[in-house]
Design a binder for this molecule. Structure first.
Ligand SMILES: [Mg+2]
Length: 106
């Protein structure tokens, strides 16, 4: 499964099963041209839930963080900001459930 397909599936899952007061939103870096503040390594998704505001970097089953992504991860760790990396399609959906952003699918 390509990362773009994983990304689409994760956002669709949140839209279908979102708990009130939560947010899963794309950071529009890929393909965004000419906007001020575009920065290499920004993660795929912003996560806002009952007890966190953090970031999620999606990867394919075999994906790896790039250098700029590791730099972003390091800033988050240094500042105590939750930063997650998931692999494949099931891990990010499980994470959204664990963080209380979606209802568990029946
Ligand atoms: Mg990614």
């Amino acid at each position: 499964m390509k990362e773009s397909q994983i990304h689409k599936a994760v956002v669709a899952h949140w839209k279908a099963l979102a708990l009130p007061g939560t947010l899963v939103a794309t950071i529009p870096n890929m393909g965004a041209m000419g906007q001020h503040g575009l920065t290499k390594g920004l993660p795929d998704l912003i996560l806002i839930g009952p007890s966190l505001h953090g970031y999620l970097e999606l990867k394919t089953e075999t994906g790896k963080l790039t250098g700029p992504q590791r730099d972003f991860q390091s800033i988050c760790i240094a500042r105590g900001i939750p930063f997650y990396v998931t692999y494949g399609r099931d891990q990010p959906i499980q994470l959204l459930e664990e963080l209380g952003l979606v209802r568990r699918a029946a």
